[in-house]
Design a protein around this ligand. Sequence first.
Ligand SMILES: [Zn+2]
Length: 161
Amino acid sequence: MINTGALKIDKKVCGKCNKNKDINLFFNRQDSKDGKNNICKACKKEKNIIYRKNNKEKIRLIKQKYAKTERCKKKKREYYYKNIEAIREKNNIQLRIYREKNRDQLRKAFRKRKRNYIRDLHDTYIKELIVQGSNLRHRDISQDIVDAKREYLKLKRHLKK
Ligand SMILES: [Zn+2]
């Protein structure tokens, strides 16, 4: 119910469907006389759907522009940290489903990558050789050591031929 001084309005005629509807069925609108929209919620929603349909490109550009603003980035960050557990959980589930669905393909790709790493004496392969049987992690190994080990392996391979 809206109190406009002595006059109390609890019904209003929608400017679109012309039905006399309960005031609660109208959205609030600060710059209007009675503080309510001139069309009812149902009509407003319908209008929005049509507008969105007819202005897809325009809306996309506005969204794109907004996404680049600090305000949007800040909101995104805040949302992320507020929901970090739920987001992680959701991502984990999606990842599990994806892996399950593509298991054979992923396994094949993994094997192929590994073969290529060995063939090319890739950093990852060399680091793997170095860390084997130690407490070291890949990131503990400097590029100099990787390069030295690579040269050594190249030499070994060469001598084998
Ligand atoms: Zn209406």
